[in-house]
Design a binder for this molecule. Sequence first.
Ligand SMILES: [Zn+2]
Length: 121
Amino acid sequence: MDDWRLRGQDEYLKNATLHKIVFPDFWEKAYAEKNAFYREIELTAHRFVDAAQRGAENLEGERIRFFWHDHCEFCWEKVMTDYEVEFYCTSDMRTWICKKCFEDFQEPFHWKLDLSNEWLK
Ligand SMILES: [Zn+2]
């Protein structure tokens, strides 16, 4: 398959299990439950503020969401928590894939979709 978005991702994403993520709902649930996604962002935010030695006011409440963003592993489209978008991610939340790339590559990569809510604690 010849596609500008492919750069050897099959080495680590073949047969991966992915989870469908819809923002901003996913963030609102994370914030309410203080789940693993929330805790990941919280950690990033605190590290950033500690390193910068300022901006502590940005750690209050939902503001920490603005410390996080990521990019589609294939086309580099940006994903953030505060606008409506559908993405897919791996269970460790390290790899994010936009809807278009998910649809284009689901078959050749043999991705399995986990639609349960059990993976994120
Ligand atoms: Zn993409």
